[in-house]
Design a protein around this ligand. Structure first.
Ligand SMILES: [Fe+2]
Length: 241
C-alpha cells in the first residue's frame, strides 16, 4: 500500500546493499567477535538482515590490537567450514594511521579491498596534523582511501567543509549504519544525515562488533536516510563484490 507523506522508508532489510565492508568478525583478534561461535552467530544474524557478502575489517592498531597480515589471516582461517551457506566472508582490516601502519605499508603487507582500497581511521580527539600528507602519500602508492565513519569524528562537526575537502582529495566516505539510529548520540546522527543529504557517502558499513549491534541494525533500513542512500545510486558497496 502506498501512503502519501509516509515517514518510513520502503526497505525492511539490507538486501539491496548486499555487501558489508566494515565489521569485526575475526575471532579473538580485536574488540569484536570473541571466538568462532560468537563470530558465526553474528554472521548468521547479518545473513538474516539480508547481507550476502562480508569483507571483515578487524582493527590494526599499534599497542592495542597490533595485528599483522599473519595474525588476521590465521584468525580468518578459523572460520573456514563454519560460515553459513548463502554468505561469504573475506578479509581486510581497519587501519589506524600510526607507525605500525606505515611499516606494513612499506612492507606491502597491508590487505586492501578490491580497487586497492584501504579503510582507515585515526584519533577521535583531534585531526592528525599530517593527515593530508598521508592521504596524498597513499594515493601515490596506488591506494584508494576509504575513511571509516567520518560522522563519528567530533572535531569535524564544527568544520563541515572539511568533509568536502576530503572528498576533493579523492577520499571515499563510509557511513556507519548505526549512526542513523542515534546509537552514537544525536550529534553524530545529525551529521550522518547531513552527509547523506549532501550525497557525500560512498559506502555504508555496519562496523558490527557484537550481537547487541544486530538488534540496533534492524532499525536502519526503515530510516529515510537509508532509503535515500540506496535510491541515490551513489553507493559503491556492490563494487566490492
Ligand atoms: Fe570499526
Amino acid at each position: 500500500m502506498f501512503f502519501f507523506n509516509r515517514r518510513r522508508s520502503t526497505y525492511s532489510d539490507f538486501s539491496e546493499l548486499a555487501l558489508d565492508m566494515h565489521s569485526h568478525l575475526v575471532p579473538g583478534v580485536d574488540d569484536g567477535a570473541k571466538d568462532v561461535s560468537d563470530s558465526v552467530s553474528i554472521i548468521s544474524g547479518l545473513k538474516e538482515l539480508g547481507f550476502q557478502y562480508l569483507i571483515t575489517t578487524p582493527h590494526t592498531l599499534q599497542g592495542i590490537h597490533p595485528n599483522t597480515k599473519e595474525t588476521l589471516t590465521a584468525g580468518h582461517a578459523l572460520l573456514a567450514g563454519h560460515v553459513p551457506a548463502g554468505i561469504s566472508i573475506k578479509l581486510s582490516s581497519e587501519y589506524y594511521l600510526d607507525e605500525q601502519f606505515d611499516e606494513q605499508l612499506n612492507a606491502k603487507s597491508v590487505m586492501p579491498m578490491p580497487g586497492n582500497r584501504l579503510l582507515i581511521e585515526f584519533s577521535q580527539i583531534s585531526r592528525p596534523l599530517d593527515l593530508e600528507e598521508k592521504i596524498f602519500d597513499l594515493g601515490i602508492k596506488g591506494y584508494q582511501v576509504i575513511l571509516a565513519h567520518p560522522e563519528r569524528f567530533q572535531f569535524f562537526h564544527r568544520q563541515f567543509d572539511y568533509y568536502k575537502r576530503l572528498k576533493e582529495m579523492g577520499v571515499e566516505l563510509q557511513l556507519n549504519a548505526l549512526s542513523l539510529t542515534g546509537h552514537y548520540g544525536k550529534n553524530v546522527k545529525s551529521i550522518a544525515e547531513k552527509l547523506v543529504e549532501k550525497d557525500m557517502i560512498d559506502f555504508i558499513g555496519t562496523d558490527i562488533h557484537h550481537l547487541r549491534h544486530l538488534e540496533v541494525l534492524k532499525q536502519v533500513p526503515g530510516t529515510k536516510s537509508f532509503e535515500r542512500l540506496i535510491k541515490s545510486g551513489l553507493l559503491k558497496n556492490k563494487h566490492l563484490i
